[in-house]
Design a protein around this ligand. Structure first.
Ligand code: GLN
Length: 304
């Protein structure tokens, strides 16, 4: 498969289409990112790498960090975590409050904000130094010690994060948040502020394409069974109320973030990261989705 040529052709086609989306502005620091950035990196399990555009530029991974946080929480907390958070698609926006009221503070899944806040709460209860230990985990699974939080972005979100504060307080009222709400929010914002390049993200996601085993270090980061379940949740819940559409058009387990990034995997074959900041109304990268739809169509690599 000539991935380099295919990635190049599709990227050029996509850049030729006027982009309809808008860069996230509810986190003021994110609105400063130029809308024309576009990067792609594909890594195969055979150890090959292909890239295009701004693939070596760091961006805010935002909700893609929810996959990494779930991985650590699932590793440390085992199946007990599913008493605190569900595994059903929400069919609602990522920051929605509505279902929590009649589902008694149990979020639908770990990839919407409420679910990730519960995962943050769980991690705070387990980790000695949550921010430091989480960053250590990210650096070890990505085998890259330069990955860091962006304090400006975390602080910017904190100042404007009224909905997240509402979510965490509502869940606290139902008894599904055990730690101090400010501490949970702070840890959550720091996770979201992680910065990675497409190349780093694709390399990190290889473990989900490889039954939990890092192909480069040979380390079993999570069990094959857990990797399978995380992929299942990415498939059904990775794009909020557009998860069905992503499955329909792209057909890969994946996760988006409001920084305009998408990480996705074709189990047994490759991982891919795409970055383009303008978002559609559901909070997913317009060009990222267009790119991945064309990629899986041309390479016949939808898992379906
Ligand atoms: N930090 C963002 C928030 O909490 C993450 C949302 C996202 O990437 N969809 O709103």
């Amino acid at each position: 498969m000539d991935y380099q040529q295919i990635i190049h052709n599709i990227s050029e086609q996509i850049r030729g289409i006027p982009c309809q989306g808008e860069v996230a502005s509810y986190i003021p620091e994110l609105s400063k990112v130029p809308s024309n950035k576009f990067g792609v990196h594909l890594s195969t399990l055979d150890g090959e790498d292909f890239s295009f555009g701004n693939s070596d530029e760091s961006f805010s991974i935002q909700s893609i960090s929810k996959v990494i946080a779930l991985t650590l929480a699932f590793n440390l907390g085992g199946n007990d975590i599913w008493t605190r958070v569900g595994v059903e698609p929400s069919g609602n926006p990522f920051n929605s409050l509505v279902q929590l009221e009649y589902e008694k503070g149990i979020p639908r899944n770990p990839f919407i904000n409420s679910g990730a806040l519960v995962i943050s709460d769980l991690l705070i209860s387990i980790l000695e130094e949550p921010k430091k230990d989480f960053l250590h985990f990210v650096r070890s699974i990505s085998e890259n010690h330069s990955i860091s939080y962006n304090h400006r972005i975390a602080k910017s979100e904190k100042r404007h994060g009224h909905r997240n504060a509402a979510l965490v307080n509502l869940m606290k009222s139902f008894g599904n948040i055990t730690n101090n709400v400010e501490e949970v929010l702070d840890f959550y914002y720091y996770q979201c502020s992680l910065e990675m390049t497409c190349k780093e993200l694709a390399h990190t996601f290889l473990l989900y394409a490889n039954r939990g085993l890092s192909p480069s270090s040979g380390e079993q980061i999570i069990t094959a069974s857990k990797a399978k379940r995380i992929n299942a949740i990415m498939q059904t819940c990775g794009f909020y109320d557009q998860s069905g559409d992503f499955t329909f058009k792209v057909g890969l387990p994946g996760k988006s973030g409001v920084g305009g990034g998408i990480g996705a995997v074709n189990p047994g074959v490759y991982s891919i990261a795409v970055w383009s900041p303008p978002l559609n109304k559901k909070g997913n990268s317009v060009r990222g989705m267009q790119f991945l739809e064309r990629l899986t169509t041309e390479t016949k690599s939808s898992i379906f």
